[in-house]
Design a protein. Structure first.
Lengths: 203, 203, 203
């Protein structure tokens, strides 16, 4: 799978998740498009700013903007005719996380950075759009809720991807396994409410 | 009207809106100045970061900072002696939006970008300061409230400005009409509570 | 004291304050690390982005990341065995503010900027990490609470530091006095609940 394609898939599923969150808040049509675009493009934008990678991706490649808006409009149209399943937002979010975490890690690797920075930038690419979506739509950020394994899955996925690369596995295979790791762990966390332990604070 | 003047007017009215929001939250004097400055300078700063336009505008031109602080101090002094009308915050915000949206669009055009990017950067310049103001002072961002036509007016104003330029209208005239479009639509939305339709989500 | 050491101390105490805030919200282990890292690295990151100082500090120098994570892990371990005093968060925050405000001011001076920009960047370095921590953990940002003298102490500390430099005082001494000013004023504000006057808004 090419980098552009993976990235555009990430943009589209995150745009769907942003549109669904905005529709639940009963925002008007343009509010829905704005939240969808910010969710879809926020993570990559912050990654590009932190890495001084200019112009920012959607400034050079407006296809990103059209993909986000197109996916948001399809979501609006779909929800006029069919009820979106309750789990749709979580699933779109899990897929977007998987695509973005690995595409962010790949871009950082290509710029010549190593270990810790690759993990952090992959995670940033994956989680920042959703954090902005949640802050703007006044929800507690998913990343911070108990038992969500959110950043954890991102970190695990990138680490696994880097380990596979280190073992000489083909890049495309390592990327695919990394993505599957992120999406799989998120779905497990959502379905069985698995989470990391919470450390009780002595009072 | 020159670009600098329009931009400084935007800075001052947004600083007034930030100061009024902070005073309503009973912040102390310096909190008021901080919120006023962030509201006034936030949109242009984010635009400059996204476009890699360095140094950021108020770093080269501290006049921006003094204009924001001066307007905030005048607002504090004024509200000691006179009651600010309930609508003062909304009106200052509408004017700031009009000035900033068009000045952001002009700056982006001058850098050689086209259509979609100009609309997005004009909108970003206009709305981001207010979003930060609302998040910091713990209000639901204006841009997301129902029936506010907020981003809509920004997008409409920039689009109208670009269409007029495309038709060969003089730049100053196009800019003036664009600003009037933004401010006029915002005031109509505020006064008559006009808004875009909300799409009901099937449940 | 060298710049690096002061900066790393700032990173560590802010990481402690972030970890304590996250533990109070009963986040899971990785949520605690994420909030600690964002609190510790957020202010310097935003300063570097605003000043176009690339690569961002922790991208070149991963020691910053390890310092933040190490301090967070120690905090987690400590709170398993001992109750952290109620005031621990405030004190860690005050120390971090003092270290970061002066290190941010120094870095900005070294880049050749003067007065107002140095004050603003010192303040930004000091307060932004804490603001992000508070927004992410859904607390009203400390900087905006009444009677906290938060940004005020930062501005006073940098101003004092600049005045001492102007009077020909050795840089290390001026930096030490600037830091002591910030930390001292914050502790006074916390202990005696001293604050700037709130301007009542006429209604």
């Amino acid at each position: 799978m090419t980098l552009l394609l993976v990235d555009l898939l990430g943009v589209m599923v995150f745009a769907v998740s942003g549109a669904l969150a905005a529709l639940r808040k009963e925002m008007d049509l343009l509010g829905v498009l704005v939240i969808a675009a910010v969710t879809a493009l926020g993570g990559g934008t912050v990654r590009d700013l932190l890495l001084d990678r200019h112009p920012v991706i959607w400034v050079t490649e407006p296809l990103y903007i059209y993909a986000a808006l197109g996916a948001a409009i399809l979501t609006v149209v779909y929800t006029r005719f069919r009820k979106a399943p309750d789990s749709a937002l979580s699933i779109a979010d899990a897929l977007g996380l998987g695509f973005f975490v690995i595409s962010g890690a790949r871009i950082t690797l290509e710029l010549g950075y190593g270990g810790v920075i690759v993990v952090l930038m992959g995670t940033t690419t994956g989680v920042v759009g959703g954090v902005i979506r949640d802050i703007l739509s006044a929800r507690v950020p998913l990343i911070l809720r108990k038992g969500e394994l959110y950043a954890t899955t991102a970190i695990a996925g990138v680490t696994f991807y880097l380990v596979l690369l280190g073992l000489g596995v083909a890049e495309g295979v390592a990327a695919g396994v990394g993505m599957a790791t992120v999406v799989g762990l998120r779905l497990v966390a959502i379905i069985w409410k698995v989470g990391l332990p919470v450390i009780p604070l002595r009072r």
